[in-house]
Ligand binder design. Structure first.
Ligand code: TYD
Length: 225
């Protein structure tokens, strides 16, 4: 087993996980830990190109859009590269690795949202990620309506400011997001040892302290270099 500690953040778009991950990174660094952080899709040069294809709502094909299976395969291509280039080397050095989304996102979005099924996603995880599992997953799951309204207004602002189009997923309907929500709940129920869910929307500072407490307790139980 690699000596580092692997933490992933999961949740719907607009759940606040990216902000919480940044705050945790700042705290861990201040505590003297060496942290490597990345997001998926993305996190490597190849991954950033794959991200562009996956999130751009103008990604068109002869069939209209990207098919669900092609989307799933691209998510795993991105992940395989990130594992080889960033995650494994960092864990081998003994870093704390923070990853904004990982295989649970594929299980929730492609398995649940796109209705490809969890079994297919988990089989790919075993084959392509060599079953590399996070030591801890922080799942932020405030109610669906709150996440959705935040994600939609944020994306609009982002497009207005940067002209970047990353809203292929935000264009989906509420039923798609409900399936994602349900899939996340199923993952949390199946793996209570790995997944810590924070469900209420208690505000940034309160959630930050809860995340910190969980991470502190888990790190105390392992000896990092
Ligand atoms: P991102 O801008 O990172 O969203 P957020 O800040 O909300 O995490 O966009 C990532 C999008 O890609 C998000 O809508 C979820 C989706 N996604 C999948 O569908 N499957 C996956 O395996 C991953 C990693 C992301």
């Amino acid at each position: 087993m690699a000596p580092g500690f692997f933490i992933t953040f999961e949740g719907l778009d607009g759940s606040g996980k990216t902000t919480q991950m940044r705050r945790l990174q700042a705290w861990l660094t201040a505590e003297g830990r060496t942290v490597t952080s990345l997001r998926q899709p993305g996190g490597t040069a190849l991954g950033d190109r794959i991200r562009g294809i996956l999130l751009d709502s103008r990604s068109e094909t002869a069939l209209g859009g990207i098919t669900p299976l092609a989307e799933l395969a691209l998510m795993f291509a991105d992940r395989a590269q990130a594992i080889a280039e960033v995650i494994r080397p960092a864990l081998e050095r003994g870093d704390v690795v923070l990853c904004d989304r990982y295989t649970d996102s594929s299980e929730a979005y492609q398995g649940g949202g796109r209705e490809l099924g969890a079994a297919r996603v988990l089989a790919l995880h075993r084959a392509i990620c060599e079953d590399l599992q996070p030591d801890l997953t922080v799942l932020l799951l405030p109610d669906l309506a709150t996440s959705l309204s935040r994600a939609r207004s944020r994306n609009l602002r982002h497009v207005q400011h940067t002209g970047a189009d990353e809203n292929r997923f935000e264009r989906e309907d509420d039923a798609f997001y409900q399936r994602i929500y349900d899939a996340y709940e199923a993952i949390a129920a199946r793996e209570p040892g790995r997944v810590v869910s924070i469900r209420d929307d208690a505000g940034l500072a309160v959630v930050e302290m809860r995340v910190r407490a969980v991470v502190e307790a888990r790190l105390a139980a392992v000896a990092l270099p």
